[in-house]
Design a protein around this ligand. Structure first.
Ligand code: SAM
Length: 264
């Protein structure tokens, strides 16, 4: 048992990993090393297997300031990739744990099949409506994401109701980082904090196996949860680590942990 930096509650053994740490490596290789039942909540926005050009210049984004190194999955491998990580996600979650997975409409089929195949019970199909999509000429502008909220046990799971009437369509603005290096796929903090507030308690362990710029780790820590994150791209890993360090200084936490030993 190791005591992490943020919560006062001790978390259970997480095998070769330390709490409140992000690791550079392939989630498909690192997830099997996480002990069964060790995680309370998984919040993740996996790669989407589309022709995604992270360097694309659009809206108020300057291409040269968008980080290189985003790691994609080939479309014909996406079903297998999804099934593999979701089976591991199911195994590492505690009996009362929950998973929130983001998906664009184009890969929703694989995500829904992956959830069923792994044994999850889908509780809600949430829609995140954002304020801006890429300009189109011959189709509607995509301005929403799907978020599947799934659990292991539909009778026993954490659900800390925050609103009297919590609807399943969330209108939350995307955030933009002006004038400095940025990542193209960062989730808004308000979106992540809403999920963490509803589906975990202080001291719980929150995992994001595809951490990207580190949003889930940053927000989990702010809210007194422990975190664990994996990222295969060295550029994104370095970016997330630096972001965690900056946030640590801002909120007065002494050290920031990253660990490239998980590299594969
Ligand atoms: C959609 S982004 C996550 C964005 C993140 N939620 C944020 O707020 O910045 C998906 C991330 O998964 C990473 N990734 C892709 N394949 C991976 C793998 N097999 N293991 C770990 N990370 C992977 C990509 O490099 C990318 O940074």
């Amino acid at each position: 048992m190791q005591d992490g930096e943020t919560g006062s509650v001790k978390i259970q053994d997480i095998g070769p990993f330390s709490p409140d740490t992000i690791y550079r490596g392939d989630a498909l290789l690192l997830l099997p090393e996480v002990p069964a039942g060790a995680v309370d909540l998984i919040v993740t926005d996996p790669p989407f297997a589309i022709d995604f050009r992270a360097q694309r210049t659009n809206y108020n984004r300057t291409g040269s300031r968008v980080l290189d190194g985003y790691c994609e999955v080939a479309p014909d491998k996406y079903g297998d990739f999804t099934n593999r990580w979701m089976e591991e996600a199911y195994r590492v979650l505690s009996p009362t744990g929950s998973l929130y997975v983001f998906s664009g409409w184009n890969r929703l089929k694989e995500v829904l099949c992956g959830l069923d195949g792994a044994g999850f019970h889908t509780i809600n199909h949430l829609i995140w409506k954002f304020q801006f999509g890429v300009f189109t000429r011959r189709r509607y502008v995509t301005s929403h994401y799907h978020i599947l909220f799934a659990v292991k046990d539909p009778l026993h799971y954490t659900f800390n109701k925050q609103d009297h009437y919590p609807e399943d369509v969330w209108v939350i603005r995307r955030e933009y980082w002006k004038g400095k290096k940025k990542t193209a796929t960062k989730l808004p903090r308000d979106l992540v904090s809403r999920i963490i507030a509803y589906s975990s308690n202080p001291g719980d362990l929150v995992l994001d196996p595809f951490i990207g710029s580190g949003t889930v780790a940053v927000v989990a820590r702010e809210m007194g949860r422990h975190f664990l994150g994996f990222e295969v791209s060295s550029e994104y890993y370095a970016f997330a680590l630096e972001r965690l360090r900056e946030e640590s200084m801002r909120i007065g936490i002494k050290s920031e942990r990253g660990n490239a030993e998980g590299e594969n």
